[in-house]
Design a binder for this molecule. Structure first.
Ligand code: CO
Length: 626
């Protein structure tokens, strides 16, 4: 029995495509994504019978932004429309594959490549050239008409197909491709920089040494894991939730409750952007909105036991649409397992000389997405004490510039190897947290420390206090972090009172995180305005899911959080949605080459009076090995 929030099945995708094709006869129709249109929340919560609706996005022979088709599987009907205004479908394989072919066929581009001493004579030569199409949104070439789909193609050379695809950038060269017109509009050549010669291989056979002194570390659970799974529903240590994959948001948790008390209706990445700060024309325009422009959810990895995940693993498989409308199964797309996490709590009593100590463990639900050179792991951690954590693991290969004769603009693109520099950039993520704390309406507060003045009441100047103020509307809820005053944000349910007479609450504990650096008047800030604040809040409205708007390819920044909050709606006591921006600034270092050790960022959601006391006193006292 399919739950209304379950991911799409292969049969459903096939059914949706067949229904679409029966109403839309166009052999040039290619798909960017097929996603579940989540039913209205009130209907899901009421357990109402809701139709399964699949949204197909893609492009066809009509030279515009593409189509959106909502296919009602129960009725067997597709509602097909052109994307409105200057909205466009996400880039798909059909767009990007075309851009690659057009670039490699372009005479001017071939001449520019040959000028750099790169062989282009044979098919084999051309296969060694890797083309990476980047979104042109905000920075389309002036000769590309408005409304056309466009990319900027940059290129690299491989030694062979197993080589690091990014070690040898063809520096200075950009092909501006008008996908709609199916032509290369302009070749931009900023000057020849010699091709780096050093190997950038990071596979094991390419290393001169492999460590031999790492002994096996086995994770065993002889009695099996402590969770149970029913379809996409999971139960673990009082938590109940559903997992899913969304084409844009990637890994999604739905209907998360703890001890039969609702906490979150939906929690997932909403959007992300990777803006570059370098002045080099190869990078100065880059600010890819990976989630919505490239359909991050479609770029999910198939995970490997013992490598990506270690221990007693439960895997969820995912079915996806291909650009031709077939179904591709991604096995092991979502990994779930338990991890030991050190101690949950401890006290040594000096009188009795005894220790009371309990082990902590967490349930890990994760997926990894590869978008060009970067790899992003999204890890939800659920802890025994009610803490919920999101950790993003950033890895993969940094963007690079070839460096001529040690000529480095180190402040904007530090040297990371003898022949390469890497531009400074940010990774800015926005998570949408649809709260449902103890059901009913929720309110939002900001807490921080106020240092008290040194006076008669505070003669030693040691006193400080925790102050709380309610954020009552969308404007007042646009907030930024302030670690120096220990600022955090708290969601309460004023109608649900704990045993101490306080409204139950969870706090969002942000990490020390930059905001978007790009100038407020820049294209980047217009298109990714969500990055300007760490906190946004809105009252729940069906379909308001996208921090940068539902369609971001080539757009000017419509319908993102700045527009969603423009009417300054009341949020004082409502079905509260919190949007949290977390970011890292990446100043690349030599250790990031040729593949980047994982860098981490994220946030914690922590119960504050949701329980009346430490909820882990009931953990067994037997330690591992007893
Ligand atoms: Co980075």
């Amino acid at each position: 029995m399919t739950h209304p929030l379950d991911p799409l099945t292969a049969a459903e995708i096939t059914h949706a495509v067949a229904t679409f094709r029966s109403q839309h006869d166009d052999e040039k129709a290619f798909f960017s994504s097929a996603g579940l249109v989540e039913p209205p929340k009130d209907k899901v919560k009421a357990g109402a019978d809701v139709p399964r609706i699949v949204r197909l996005l893609g492009v066809d022979k009509t030279p515009d932004g593409g189509f959106a088709a909502d296919v009602n599987l129960d009725a067997g009907e597709a509602s097909i429309s052109r994307l409105p205004g200057n909205a466009q479908a996400p880039y798909g394989f059909a767009d990007l594959g075309l851009a690659v072919v057009l670039t490699k066929q372009n005479e001017e581009w071939l001449v520019a490549v040959a000028k750099r001493g790169i062989a282009t004579a044979t098919e084999e030569d051309l296969e060694l050239i890797q083309i990476d199409p980047w979104p042109a949104g905000g920075f389309a070439h002036s000769a590309i008409p408005e409304g056309h789909r466009a990319v900027r193609c940059i290129a690299f050379v491989r030694e062979d197909e197993t080589d690091n695809g990014y070690a040898r950038p063809i520096h200075g060269l950009i092909a501006h491709v008008d996908i709609t017109a199916r032509q290369v509009i302009a070749i931009e050549d900023n000057g020849v920089v010699p091709m780096p010669t050093a190997s950038g291989r990071f596979d094991s056979p390419s290393q001169s040494l492999t460590r031999t002194d790492l002994k096996e570390l086995a994770i065993t659970q002889p009695d099996g894991p402590s969770f149970s799974v029913d379809g996409y529903k999971v139960n673990w240590q009082g938590y109940e939730f559903r997992v899913g994959i969304h084409p844009v948001n990637g890994l999604v948790l739905h209907q998360l409750s703890l001890r039969d008390r609702p906490v979150l209706y939906r929690a997932a990445l909403s959007e992300m952007v990777v803006p570059y700060g370098d002045s080099d024309p190869m990078h100065s325009w880059k600010h890819v909105l990976d989630a919505s422009e490239y359909n991050m959810g479609q770029l999910i990895n198939s995970l490997k036991l013992g490598c990506d995940c270690l221990g007693e693993i439960h895997y969820f498989d995912i079915d996806q649409i291909t650009h031709e409308g077939a179904v591709k199964r991604v096995e092991n797309a979502i990994c779930m397992h338990e991890e030991d996490y050190g101690i949950q709590w401890k006290h040594y009593d000096s009188s009795s000389r005894t220790s009371e100590v309990r082990r902590s463990r967490r349930l890990v639900i994760s997926s990894i997405f590869t978008i060009g050179n970067y790899d992003y792991g999204f890890y939800w951690y659920l802890y025994l004490d009610g803490t919920i954590q999101m950790e993003i693991k950033l890895t993969g290969i940094v963007g690079v510039s070839a460096v001529a004769d040690g000529q480095v603009n180190a402040a904007q693109s530090p040297l990371i190897s003898t022949e390469l520099s890497s531009p400074v950039h940010q990774h800015v993520f926005n998570f949408r947290l649809d709260w449902e704390l103890d059901g009913g309406s929720n309110s939002l507060y900001e807490n921080q420390i106020e240092v008290l003045p040194m006076d008669d009441k505070n003669p030693a100047g040691t006193q400080f206090r925790s102050v709380s103020r309610q954020l009552t509307d969308e404007a007042s809820a646009k907030r930024n972090i302030s670690p120096e005053v220990s600022r955090y944000w708290k969601v309460t349910n004023p109608a649900s009172i704990n045993g101490l007479g306080q409204p139950v609450a969870y706090k969002l504990l942000p990490q020390a995180s930059p905001a978007l650096f790009a100038h407020a008047d820049s294209q980047v800030a217009r298109r990714a305005g969500f990055g300007k604040h760490h906190l946004w809040a809105t009252p729940y409205v069906d379909g308001e899911l996208h921090a940068a708007g539902p369609y971001t390819v080539m757009h000017e920044g419509q319908e993102g959080l700045p527009e969603l909050t423009a009417d300054n709606r009341d949020i004082s006591d409502c079905d509260l949605v919190m949007w949290h921006t977390v970011a890292v600034t990446h100043v690349p270092r030599p250790e990031d080459w040729p593949v980047m050790p994982v860098e981490y960022c994220g946030f914690h959601l922590i119960p504050v009076g949701f329980f009346d006391r430490n909820p882990t006193l009931d953990l067994p006292s037997s330690c591992h090995g007893d």
